[in-house]
Design a protein around this ligand. Structure first.
Ligand SMILES: [Zn+2]
Length: 202
């Protein structure tokens, strides 16, 4: 479920639709949460082999930590990628604003955190990566993880309209982390471990 203070807008014929903030959304706000209404599709589900559905699933889903495809029931599925995204996926089943988002600003995501291996990328930044690559998660793991941790520091100090839709068990884990600073749950823990290992070898 996407943050309630957002709207769907047509961007252009190349990009299609995008999701835009209608109010100021401060850093640390949950902008999307994987709620109970989302359709979760196992990769072995026969629907994935049905050509009529396959392209829709590929276009509109993201992959969760278990590798399932998740198709949003609302217009969360229209959030576009940006190489300088203002939200990032976390290990807590939601995406968080990593900086303040202004009214009228497009909500953007980092598609490399969606379990997508390769796809062309489009954003208006001069340092656009142009193509999503398999090793992006490894290359940027520490940077993205730092941004998420910094955003989480604001979590308890901003309005969280999507909090009622957060899995209670996961919320308990998050609260414990915010109180103690230990047992942080990273979405990219394997990549972080690999990056540290590579550093140790160098
Ligand atoms: Zn880009």
């Amino acid at each position: 479920m996407i943050h309630p203070a957002t709207e769907l807008r047509f961007v252009n014929s190349l990009i299609g639709y995008g999701v835009f903030a209608t109010v100021f959304i401060p850093a640390g706000t949950i902008v999307y949460v994987q709620d109970e209404l989302e359709r979760v599709i196992h990769p072995d589900d026969p629907i994935c082999q049905n050509p009529a559905y396959r392209s829709l699933i590929q276009k509109y889903s993201f992959r969760d930590e278990a590798g399932n495809y998740v198709v949003s029931w609302d217009f969360a599925k229209y959030v576009n990628h940006c190489c300088h995204a203002n939200t990032l996926s976390t290990g807590y089943g939601f995406e968080i604003a990593i900086r303040d988002i202004m009214p009228g600003e497009e909500i953007t995501d980092e598609y490399a955190l969606f379990g997508i291996d390769e796809m062309p990328l489009m954003c208006h930044y001069p340092d656009c990566r142009v193509c999503l690559r398999r090793d992006d998660r490894l290359v940027y793991a520490r940077y993205w993880d730092t941004l998420v941790r910094q955003a989480l520091q604001h979590f308890n100090h901003v309005a969280q309209p999507l909090l009622p839709y957060l899995d209670p068990q996961i919320y308990a884990e998050l609260k414990a982390y915010l109180e103690t600073g230990v047992n942080y749950r990273s979405l990219i823990k394997e990549e972080l471990a690999e990056a540290s290992q590579a550093e140790a070898i160098v």
